[in-house]
Design a protein around this ligand. Sequence first.
Ligand code: PLP
Length: 406
Amino acid sequence: MAFINDNFLKLQKNYLFADIAHRVEAYKTAHPDAPIIRLGIGDVTRPLVPAVIDALHKAVDEMAHAETFRGYGPEQGYEFLRSAIVANVFEPRGIALSADEVFVNDGAKSDTGNFGDILGRDNTICVTDPIYPVYIDSNVMAGRAGDFNNGLWSKITYCACSEENDFIPELPTKPVDMIYLCYPNNPTGTVLTRAQLKKWVDYALQTGALILYDAAYATFIRNEDVPHSIYEIEGAKECAVEFHSYSKTAGFTGLRCGFTIVPKEVTARGADGTRVHLNPLWNRRQCTKFNGTPYIVQRAAAAIYTEEGKRQVKEVVDFYLENARIMRETLMATGLKVYGGTDAPYIWFKTPEGMKSWDCWEMLLNDYALVSTPGVGFGPSGEGYIRLTAFGTREDCVEAMRRLKK
Ligand code: PLP
């Protein structure tokens, strides 16, 4: 008889968005004609840009001819995309990387979850709170989280982010081995300046901790003081891996592509205390468990780095940032305390009159037919907040604000 991985039974019953979908379905059944606006789940609404579509068509045509057909590709990604990433994402920021430090993936969710495969089970985890739930759930599955009591996992260190500390997390007060940072942040839409991020890099260098830096929303940054990559901070190549995604920046939520940076310098401790390089270990893991992102998708991703691709994608990101501005300013004008939305596609606001997140969520649905996300779904420090995404259509965004203003 086969045994299961018992850790899976420890996972919380309802995944946040499944729970929301369930409640929205119930509302729809009770109010079939309600004009529902969805600003909850972070899926995009703009189509792929023309440069990407052209690249897809061309790549599909290549697949039709024996001379240009591609079968299995390199597990790490095609050289044309890895080099384009180095040249267009990192070199302009003064970050020197080589193509073999770039691992193309099928989206940041997979790699943020999978990276733990090459890290020991006894590592202690640190997350900022509230946070993208994948970091926690993937560590629950791996057996690193301990037990769930009163909304917290016993072996996870939570660094609370709330209006009290202006959403700038304090360094952990007890030793931790793996630190998840996500900036610009999902769900709060807040960012760290270079000086604030440097504290974490210095801490990791001093203590030997590994930072798992999720830069899925880096393209939304407009403030010059905010780093687009952790490698803008000196020493980060020795202590951090970084995850990127094309999902929100270029509408790839359905195409599936992103990349992970594992610098040659980054190490973690082996059982005998020696430093082991993570780049070859991750390469080995990928070669065994991953057979590469589809060729046509990688061609589509490379098109983002052509002159017209860059321009078109920037227009899409600017469009979402304009949605964010409209929402942020409208909500602030109503007297709500609003965070995020300037360097990120998320608006995070404090519920009125100390309402609980889910109560406010229900009110937004029942009184305004507006689907949001309850802050508490991202962790205990999210209690009393609501997240809205800027990925809706302009019409929905404006209409949602019109209803809320009333
Ligand atoms: N990381 C963060 C912080 C996210 O918010 C998301 C998606 O919402 C992802 C990663 C997943 O991105 P992808 O679609 O590339 O898997």
